[in-house]
Write a protein that binds this ligand. Structure first.
Ligand code: FES
Ligand SMILES: [Fe+2]
Length: 431
């Protein structure tokens, strides 16, 4: 469990909060590049760490990420005209470029210098891996973008999806670290119903895996060892990377993971990435994910209205709390453990059921929660160190993120021996 104070510290992400400041020390995924397909195209509304923002691609193809509201009298720049190197507010015509500089106030005349004193909050952007990344921290501290292998492969080798999860970010992130739930939440009652692409079927057979949390410079390895019979062990090593990324083992490529990027305290963008290092994703991959059995879930493009009235342009899972995730009690009785269709639908249903911000002071943790305990300790230490002026080391080491997860059946019973035997398989190979 966490005391109330630490739970607050880890879950609040607005400007000036401890965790909000920690997130602002890292490059973060902001919007998929393909949602801003062409220069001077339609802007996208988003909310990151409690701040309302507009992303737009200017005439030269640069992506601007700026405060959503015009500094004149607060109109939303979403309605603006994206034209000739900037976004022009349609209320009184003030115009801003991708760096947030006010380049024109039509009513003031060309000689006026008033515009030089007016800026729009703007965050730097970089595009890599089909993602527009942004850094929302102090400009003089600009960190390194994480050098994930999936950000360095050609577009054809990778798929990126993002959707809204209606919980605090930490509930999603903790679900990734928690290997134990895989033996329950995602299982089927009938072996043939097991989604073969997700986990080896032994996952369901050995419900008492040995779980190990191993600290790394970039975060942690969350390890599960299951008996695989004949003196063999089934090892799954999930990489957890600060502050909120996962790389999840799969027994065959494509491999991928998730990022949990806070929209605000009670909403999260879930990013899913999947890739091959050396070849395009085949059609059968897209056919497989289309109906949402795993990640991503089935999604609808929408204008999502947050409780404070803010609207964002994003994707919402078709199975959500408003329809009880289309839980089918007959299926639950006869076919699957939950009666809920997709793996992510199951995760979101259960994580949402803990409340928008889970009260961790009321938990009763057990040995299988070791990974979660370690992750919280790392995050708390980084956030508290930052309050004392100590910068988080992973933010300055993009190369630390060039790792892979591991999914292997091995005769080795000890983690060190497995890591020694498979060390090379756990490093990204794409230059
Ligand atoms: S409110 Fe934007 S120009 Fe007046
Ligand atoms: Fe899960």
């Amino acid at each position: 469990m966490l005391n109330r104070e630490d739970n607050e510290l880890l879950t609040r992400v607005g400007p000036g909060t401890a965790m909000g400041e920690l997130f602002r020390r890292f490059w973060l995924p902001a919007v998929p590049s393909h949602e801003l397909p062409k220069p001077d195209g339609t802007p996208v509304r988003l909310r990151l760490l409690g701040e309302d923002l507009i992303a737009f691609r200017d005439t030269d193809g640069r992506v601007g990420l700026v405060s959503a509201y015009c500094p004149h009298r607060g109109a939303s720049l979403f309605y603006g005209r994206n034209e000739e190197g900037g976004l022009r507010c349609v209320y009184h015509g003030w115009k801003f470029d991708a760096w947030g500089t006010c380049v024109e106030i039509p009513s003031e005349g060309v000689d006026s210098t008033y515009r030089t004193r007016i800026g729009l909050t703007a965050y730097p952007t970089e595009e890599a891996g089909g993602v527009v990344w942004t850094y929302m921290g102090p400009p003089q501290l600009a960190p390194e973008r994480p050098r994930f292998e999936w950000t360095r492969v050609p577009d054809s080798h990778r798929n990126i999806t993002v959707w809204v999860q209606e919980t605090n970010w930490l509930q999603g992130a903790e679900g990734e670290i928690d290997s134990a739930h895989v033996s329950f939440l995602h299982t089927t009652l009938v072996p043939s119903e097991q989604p073969a692409t997700v986990h080896r079927t032994i996952t369901a057979l050995d419900k008492k895996p040995k779980l190990i949390a191993r600290e790394t410079p970039y975060g942690m390895m969350s390890v599960a060892r299951r008996n695989a019979g004949d003196g063999n062990y089934y090892w799954r090593v999930t990489q957890w990377l600060l502050p909120m990324y996962s790389l999840v083992p799969a027994y065959a490529w494509p491999v991928g993971g998730r990022a949990w990027v806070p929209i605000d305290d009670e909403h999260t963008y879930t990013w899913d990435y999947a890739y091959y290092p050396d070849r395009p994703l085949p059609d059968r991959y897209f056919q497989h994910i289309k109906s949402g059995p795993t990640f991503p879930p089935e999604l609808d493009r929408c204008v999502y209205r947050l409780p404070n009235g803010t609207r964002i342009d994003t994707w919402r899972p078709r199975r959500n709390a408003d329809n009880e995730f289309l839980l089918d009690r007959e299926v639950q009785r006869t076919k699957t453990f939950t009666g809920i269709y997709g793996i992510n639908d199951q995760d979101r249903a259960i994580q949402g059921s803990m409340g928008p911000i889970c009260d961790r002071s009321r938990e009763h943790l057990v040995a299988t929660d070791a990974g979660i305990i370690m992750a919280r300790r790392r995050l708390l230490k980084l956030a508290k160190d930052l309050q004392q002026g100590l910068e988080p080391p992973p933010a300055a080491h993009g190369a630390w993120y060039n790792v892979r997860p591991l999914d292997v059946v091995s005769p080795h019973a000890e983690l060190d021996a497995v890591l020694e035997a498979h060390g090379a398989d756990m490093r990204g190979q794409v230059a």
